[in-house]
Design a protein around this ligand. Structure first.
Ligand code: GUN
Length: 286
């Protein structure tokens, strides 16, 4: 392997230390940052993610309130809980873990979270503000990706960035944030022609496809920065990224591992959004 590893855990620790310092600053002014996390059902991956988020809150001194609802929860019951939390001045951030069970309309739930408490950055208001470059809550995964790229010392400006995937949660916002950093951005997806060729010309390659080992060595430009957003449970029971790590690491200059890459950074950025929410809601500058 010739690539340098981008250590998501170490970088996340740095970001969480920032969030912890911000929490101290807020507490000194009588504001105790609080994140409400709602999990509906028993999806094993979601349970792991929620546990991680609650643990990160503890590590940063942020209060967390965990709501575990049964899989057959009705939409109106969930909306009622979100409404209560929306009205509770002691709660600064509301996170509803996705995906939700089929009987619940995800959009309706996201729309019920007030934009100022939407620390996931999923509400249409925050998405719109991000689009025009105004102050908002940035979605945690793409914001973490940008921070990881910057941590390598790479100047994003003018580089060709290729994002594989066009989800609302990762692909689209990652493309927008790279554009905001003055990259020339190509968004690839399942209908893209010449996908391999486009990827092989990327100075920065962000893989958010959801398919184990989708990015092979021939799709990586020598010296590229490769960010692997994928979390796929392999036949071996282990977690694997969207990138064939062994092959890509031979070509890239920098690469993120899975696990220990984008995942911890996503959660760390959530902590920052939560302290930011607590500050904004109380007129405090961090
Ligand atoms: N499910 C997968 N990723 C996320 C995320 O970033 N936020 C929420 N709420 N649910 C998710």
């Amino acid at each position: 392997m010739s690539a340098q590893l981008i250590d998501g855990k170490a970088l996340a620790a740095e970001v969480k230390a920032e969030a912890a310092a911000e929490t101290e600053h807020l507490k000194a002014q009588g504001v105790h940052p609080c994140l409400a996390v709602i999990l509906v059902g028993e999806d094993p991956a979601s349970q792991v993610y929620v546990r991680g988020k609650v643990n990160d809150c503890k590590a940063c001194g942020i209060e967390s309130r965990e709501y575990r609802l049964p899989a057959d929860t009705t939409q109106s019951d969930l909306l009622a809980l979100v409404g209560e939390l929306a009205a509770d001045r002691a709660v600064h951030g509301i996170l509803v873990q996705l995906p939700l069970p089929a009987q619940i309309d995800e959009k309706a739930v996201i729309n019920a979270i007030p934009p100022e408490k939407d620390v996931d950055g999923f509400s249409p208001v925050n998405v719109g503000l991000m689009q025009i470059g105004e102050e908002c809550y940035l979605p945690c995964t793409p914001a973490g990706c940008i921070r990881m790229i910057q941590s390598t010392g790479t100047d994003i400006s003018g580089k060709h960035a290729v994002v594989i995937g066009r989800s609302n949660i990762v692909g689209k916002p990652a493309a927008l944030l790279l554009l905001a950093e003055n990259a020339t951005v190509t968004v690839c997806h399942s209908r893209t022609k010449n996908l391999k060729h486009l990827c092989a010309n990327a100075d920065i390659l962000v893989a958010a496809v959801g398919r184990e080992g989708f990015v092979t060595g021939d799709m990586v430009k020598p010296g590229a920065v490769v960010i692997d957003v994928g979390i796929n449970r392999g036949a071996d029971g282990k977690l694997h990224g969207d990138v064939n790590f062994a092959e890509a690491a031979e070509k890239a200059a920098f690469i993120t591992p899975v696990p220990g890459g984008v995942g911890p950074m996503t959660r760390a950025m959530l902590m920052k959004n939560t302290t930011c929410a607590a500050a904004r809601q109380n007129g405090i500058t961090l």
